[in-house]
Design a binder for this molecule. Structure first.
Ligand code: GAL
Length: 755
């Protein structure tokens, strides 16, 4: 591997066109801090000698730095001179801020021995909080920003200051992480904000992209006068696509909405740069926004059959299989070799029925329209295993959170059909937490008022050719505080089957109260228990374990008959979360197999928000290409977590690339391995059923990166035909090496086939 060269030619134009902008004067705190586990009020002190403490990097959790099993209290300390030049240089000179990344879970922060901020419960009762500190909403994923008046006596200007952070971790990941870690004055960039969250990109015709955004002055007392400049450049050659300058006066609290309309070739990546320059200080606030670019070719008029090549069913379970196909309607469907007990509906491509005997059947599918015919084999395996390819579907959590309802679930089903997602193999419509009410006196689970008739709703979703999922916990309460299945497992499983449920996500949550420090047996027990009952019902229910990877679940998920298991905590729509999860999945790779999937959590594309308020995903288009490509290489369940009634062209395009989905659905069930890794780039490679290789070249940096790949270093010998998967284009023969540009946080997804 050592020989693989990852060259970075800082192509000036490219760097100019796509790099992030520098920020204002600040003191960088991403230096090693002193660290000690345990808890002692003496550690707040300015005079305390911490020189014997270990060093730690504040931007990463302590589990990654040698403290694998540490939960509870630990302290971080650091010494820093705060120079007066910060005030001299600032346009607004009132307040100083301490940005301390994020802290998992709670923290109290001391400056020179005195409390200046706290997030979470007041966890050190001996210390009386002063009324003047920032108190956060007690969340591990909240950015810590503690602000003091510039003349506060706790700040020692031009002298050494001691910052001490007392962190408390309730379990799982712990301590300081993320970025930024810095000290700066609260200045123009803290008051003038660009807000892109209220609108997504709109595509008008074939060349116009439009996006609304707002600039607002969040200060309640400062007024700013200046100029707003917007320009857009292509990422490939840097050429200017658009420029506009507007004089903009911003009284306190004012928010102004603008629309940018940019004409460009939809397939060309481009970046829009925003800047607000304050007139009297000359200070500037900058933002950038990557524009979506469309890579997936539009489906043609001729029929094409998509979706899985293999389908698993158990004897005596009702089967519902929709032949996924694109092409100009009307399409008619036929299936030769269907085993006895199964029927095809020729006008909508639904196969239904039941099989009584185990066996493997090859069915010749055919889809015809006025333009032509497509044919493909489907293997139906009637046996013990289901979900022979990763489930493709939608789940309510990342969009609606606990505000999910019957109406929203039906709308998602309708959107699968109207948007055409169903024609690319998307199947499951899954209700997450928030549907439950209580168990009645006979132990029957009663849905809450938002789900007036679960069975009717399931029938409706099935009538669309789709399947339905539900959610529960082995504990008495779900993570959202709703009714769990504890001690009602058997009855719940029967209800799910009676309603017509096809997928169960079973989430540990309050089971932690029953088994607080679970050993191996206790980790498996509740999953075995529910598994017994869902195996008893005459229905194939995909069994999805959700316990955030505890006890390396990927090593034993199959033993409790899980069909998939979450390998991580919850995903968010940030690069940090996406890359942190996605690129840490190599350890799970050997355990992926047909019917046994590692689940790195759901997709965060489109309009998300964990309900009821939604925002457009904060992932850039490149990051979203990375998300879909990596999750496909990882053979991960793909569960769309967005509002499908607001599906924009870019998101739909991202979700309907049949060649990308074919990698995800490859019957081999093998997961990609990390084949190469530097700080800048990673290469993942997945063996496909037919002997070809799916390869992802990922750029982890914020600049375009030419990646030079030597086939030898990937263990590949001889000549290969290379295909660029997103645009579905052949790139010709490669033999010893090739080089490719990869956009910031982006990917090139390739398939190499033997000629
Ligand atoms: C979390 C789980 C999420 C979601 C949520 C519901 O534990 O990881 O995916 O299901 O519970 O409360």
């Amino acid at each position: 591997m050592k020989k693989l060269t990852l060259a970075l030619f800082a192509g000036l134009i490219l760097v100019f066109a796509c790099q992030r902008t520098p920020s204002d004067r600040k003191i960088d705190l991403t230096v090693p801090w002193r660290f000690h586990s345990g808890d002692d009020p003496a550690w707040t002190g300015a005079t305390f000698d911490d020189s014997k403490w270990e060093l730690i990097n504040p931007t990463d959790i302590w589990e990654h730095q040698g403290y694998k099993n540490l939960d509870g209290f630990a302290w971080y300390r650091m010494r820093v001179v705060i120079p007066h030049i910060l005030i001299d240089d600032a346009y607004i000179k009132d307040s100083i801020q301490f940005k301390l990344g994020k802290i998992d879970d709670y923290d109290q922060v001391f400056l020179n021995g005195e409390l200046i901020g706290e997030n979470g419960k007041n966890i050190l009762p001996k210390i009386q909080p002063r009324p003047d500190f920032f108190k956060g909403p007690s969340q591990w994923d909240t950015e810590r920003r503690y602000t003091l008046a510039a003349n506060d006596p706790r700040v020692h200007w031009d002298q050494e200051n001691i910052i001490a952070v007392r962190a408390y971790d309730r379990g799982g990941a712990g301590g300081m992480f993320s970025k930024p870690f810095e000290i700066s004055m609260v200045d123009l960039p803290d008051h003038i904000k660009f807000d892109f969250g209220q609108s997504g990109f709109k595509f008008v015709g074939d060349t116009l992209i439009s996006r609304q955004f707002a600039v607002y002055n969040i200060s309640q007392k400062e007024e700013f006068k200046g100029t707003l400049t917007i320009h857009a450049n292509r990422c490939d050659n840097g050429s200017l696509l658009f420029k506009q300058e507007t004089v903009l006066n911003m009284p306190p609290g004012i928010r102004t909405v603008f629309t940018v309309n940019i004409i460009k070739d939809l397939a060309v990546p481009a970046t829009v740069y925003f800047s607000y320059r304050e007139k009297s200080s000359g200070k500037e606030v900058k933002e950038r926004l990557e524009m979506p670019y469309i890579l997936t070719p539009k489906p043609g008029k001729t029929p094409r059959i998509n979706g899985a090549l293999v389908f698993g069913i158990r004897p005596w379970s009702p089967l519902l299989y929709k032949i996924a196909a694109t092409g100009e309607p009307p399409l008619t469907y036929s299936a030769e070799g269907l085993p006895e007990g199964l029927h095809l509906h020729a006008d909508d491509g639904l196969i239904t029925g039941m099989l009584s005997k185990k066996g493997e059947y090859t069915v010749k599918l055919k889809v015809t329209n006025s333009v032509g015919t497509a044919g493909r084999n489907l293997t139906i395996k009637c046996g013990d295993l289901i979900s022979l390819t990763p489930p493709l579907g939608w789940n309510s959590w990342n969009v609606w959170g606990l505000t999910v309802s019957d109406k929203k679930v039906r709308q998602a089903g309708d959107a699968f059909v109207s948007s055409g997602l169903i024609s690319h193999g998307w199947t499951y419509i899954n209700i997450d937490d928030g549907w439950e009410d209580t168990h009645d006196k006979n132990g029957n689970i009663i849905p809450n008022f938002k789900f007036p008739n679960m069975k009717e709703m399931c029938n409706y979703i099935h009538s669309l050719g789709l399947k339905v999922g539900i959610y529960s916990s082995p504990g008495p309460r779900t993570c959202g505080g709703y009714e769990g299945s504890y001690s009602f497992e058997e009855k719940d499983a029967q209800h799910y089957a009676d309603w017509g449920i096809d997928y169960l996500k079973y989430d540990w949550c309050s089971y932690g109260g029953i088994a607080p420090n679970p050993n191996d047996h206790q980790l498996k027990f509740p999953y075995r228990e529910m598994r017994r009952y869902i195996r008893k019902v005459n229905r194939d229910i995909h069994y999805s374990l959700c316990q955030y990877g505890m006890g390396d679940v990927w090593k034993w998920g199959n033993e409790v008959d899980g069909n998939s298991w979450r390998t991580t905590g919850d995903i968010e729509d940030s690069w940090e979360s996406l890359s942190g999860i996605g690129f840490s999945q190599d350890k799970c790779s050997p355990f992926s197999a047909p019917g046994r999937w590692n689940d790195p959590d759901m997709l965060v594309v489109g309009w998300v928000g964990w309900g009821p308020k939604l925002h457009y995903t904060r992932l850039t288009p490149n990051e979203q290409y990375t998300h879909m490509s990596l999750w496909s290489l990882l053979a991960a369940p793909l569960l769309i977590g967005c509002d499908l009634t607001q599906l924009d062209d870019f998101t739909l395009n991202l979700l309907t690339n049949d060649e990308v989905l074919a990698i995800n659905q490859d019957p081999s069930g093998k997961q990609a391995r990390q084949a190469w890794k530097t700080d800048e780039c990673q290469i993942w490679i997945r063996d496909l059923e037919d002997g070809s290789k799916a390869i992802g070249l990922f750029n982890l940096t914020e600049y375009p990166l030419p990646v030079n790949v030597k086939l030898n270093d990937l263990g590949l010998k001889g000549k290969w035909m290379m295909r660029d998967v997103w645009p579905q284009k052949d790139l010709g023969l490669v033999e010893t090496h090739f080089e490719m540009n990869v956009l910031p946080h982006g990917v090139r997804l390739l398939v190499l086939r033997k000629p």
